[in-house]
Design a protein. Sequence first.
Length: 372
Amino acid sequence: MSSGLYIHIPFCKSKCLYCDFNSFAGKDECMAPYFCALDREVEAWSKRLSGKTFDTIYFGGGTPSYAGADFLCGVIALLKNNFDIDPNAEITVECNPGTIGFDGFQDLRQGGVNRLSIGLQSTDDKMLRSLGRIHTADDFETCFDAARCAGFDNISLDLMYGLPDMTMEDWGRTLEKALSFDAEHISVYALKVEDGTPFSKMELALPNDDLTADMYERAVEVFRRAGYKRYEISNFAKKGSESRHNQKYWRLDDYLGIGAGAYSCIDGVRFSNETDILTYIEKTKQKGFAVCGEEVVSLDEQMSEFVFLGLRCEDGISLSEFEKRFGRTIMDVFGAPIKKYTDYGFLVLEGDNLRFLDKSFFVSNRILADFV
Ligand code: SF4
């Protein structure tokens, strides 16, 4: 089974008001030394993981496109030199409008990138401003068109619902406009106000839980009608365009994370890297690695995660696969919550398959808490 590679690029042009990712604005002077540090970390891991094969590479952030295609293509070349990378690997770069144009996209294509994830969030300029995004809806359109012209035929876009002052009509317009781009993949996320962000200190008129749930249902309905499959609770794709990289997380496949704050899970051990950029750079100078946390994932945790993450996917989980992986039947471990939620009509057990019924997805977090 091949593994996934995640590369974290923590630089952004400016910080969005809701963002609690490990990303920083105004640290451009760290970019060149940061990429040297990535090189050191790649080389250190390649010695430790010789024999592992990888078939996905994902540049996330931050805003990888803000660092520029040259840096990113340099990392891809280095990964190919140091690891066994499948020639048909899915290679994704997260981009934001206003940070890359046609030439940059062409360079990414030549460097081997074959999938883009472009942040749209909303098609309403007023909402984009209120989120602190650096772009307008027109900027997104220009960016998306440039990516298509450069030959990208596998593009994902991100949308957010449950935004301050958002009405169902606003959301409906955003969904229709988003469909007009005919992207291969769409991700939708509810706004979560995280502690420590500027949003957490502001008085926001957020839609209530019922309206937010209805917004999610509307998205499911609109995307289904347009031919997208909800293959995971927040992710919709045209047939064959599901994100291969993200599916690795949901299936508990191994993945290696490189960069500040990146997480890895390899052979049942979870690693986390230093989050601070300068500490990360310094640590790679001393040791090659920048790991600051390491824990063995217990069998109980692995079983919970298998169910928790697998049920978030529309196809659910295979009972025989559970038994093959863990040497116990799923009913032996989770019989009580499975019975409870199949009796309530939230879960359905059919042959070898356990999955959520359609109506259950929005309340899935409450249900899944019983499997932890
Ligand atoms: S562009 Fe993305 S990573 Fe950067 S601040 Fe905004 S939400 Fe955070």
